[in-house]
Design a protein around this ligand. Sequence first.
Ligand code: T4K
Length: 376
Amino acid sequence: MIEPFAKPFYITQPLLPDMDEFNEMLKSIWASKQLSNNGTMVKQLERDLSGYLNADYLSVFSNGTVALQLACKVLRLSGEVITTPFTFAATTHSLLWNNLKPVFCDIEEDTYNINPDLIESLITQDTTAIMPVHVFGNPCNVAKIKQIADKYGLKIIYDAAHAFGVKVDGKPISSFGDISMFSFHATKIYHTIEGGALTFKDPYFKERADSLRNFGIKNTDTVLEPGTNGKLNEIQASVGILLLKQVESEIENRKEITNYYRQFLKDIPGIITVNDIEGVSHNYSYFVIRVDKTEYGYSRDELFDKLLEYNVIARKYFYPLCSNFQCYRDYPSSLKDKLPVANKISDMVLSLPLHGRMQKEDVEKISSIIKAIHEG
Ligand code: T4K
C-alpha cells in the first residue's frame, strides 16, 4: 500500500529568483521611480532575451496571449488561418480576437504537432497564414511548413509558448517562421510571473509591435492605429532578468527527472512515453504520457481521478480539443472525422508533475503509484 503524498503534488512549481538579488533590483526600481512604460528593466530584459534566444529582434509583452494577438495584427492577417486544435485555448482565441477564422488541421501521432501533409488540402483563397504550435516544446516540421508557406505566399506565426530555448540542429527555434511567440507565464520553464515575447526577423515588425503594445502611440503628437495595452512592467522584467541565470540548470534538472520517469514507467503496460527527437535540444517543459486503456486497464480519465486520491495533481493538457469547445465546434473543420488523430490523442494524454526541484524519489513514487493502479 503506497501512502498518498502529504501535500498536493502539482504539475509544476515556478522557478523563483534569489530573494536578495530581487531585493537589490527592487531597490533600483524604487530609486528610479520608473515602474512601467518601457523602462530600464524591460530594455535590459529584451537585450538579454534576444541574446539567449538568438533572436534578431524581440519585444516583451504583459502575457503570451496578447503577444499572439498582436503578432496577427503586425502581419496584417485577414481571412482564414490554418492551425492546430491540440493546444491551449489562447492559440485559437487569439485568431478570433482578430476576426480571423481558424481552420483546424489534424496532428501527427508521434509529435502531437500540426501534420504538414494535411495543410495544403485546407488552403483556400482566403487563407493568409499558418499558426502551428510547438506543442510541449517539440518542434514542428519547420522545413515542410516553410515549403508550403513559400509556395502559397502564406505567413507563419509559431506559437512557441512551450519552446523556450529549444534548438533544431543547432538552430534556435525563434529562427523559424515570420514571428514566434513565447509565453512567460509562471507555469512555464522560464517566466516573468505573467509575460510573453515575440521574436522577429524584420525590424519593422518589432517597431509595429512596440507601438501596438503601447496603444498605437508613435510620439506625443501621433497615434498611428488602435493598439492596446500589452506592456510588461519593470518589476516583472526584473524577475525575468534574474531567472534567465537559472534556466540552464532548470533544463538540466528537468532532463534528469524526465529520464527517471522514462526508466520507471517503461515496463508498465499501456503507459506510452515519448523519447527525445534526434537533432533537437529539448527544454523538458512537460512530461506527457499516453494511456492505452486496453493494455493499462484504466482510461486516462480514470487514471487522472485515481492519482488525485494519492494527491498527485496531473493535468489533461490538451483536453478538450479547441475544435470541441462550444465556440468552435460548429466550424466545418472541427468535425471529429476530420481530426481523428487529435481526438484520439486528446483522450489519451496526461501531463505528469515535472519541475527542477523534484527528486528521483518523487518520480519513483509517482511511477509506483501508476504501476500499483494498473495492478489493481
Ligand atoms: N499558447 C499555448 C500553447 C499555451 O500553452 C499558452 C499558455 C498560451 C499560448 C498563452 O500564454 P499566456 O497568455 O498564458 O502567457 C496554464 C497557464 O495559465 C497557461 O499560461 C498555459 N499556457 C497553460 C498550458 O497552463 P492552467 O489553468 O493549467 O494553470 P494552473 O493555474 O492550473 O497552474 C497549474 C499548476 O501550477 C497549479 O496547479 C499549481 C502550479 N502553480 C501555478 C501558478 C499559476 C504554481 O505553483 N504557482 C503559480 O503561480 O493554465
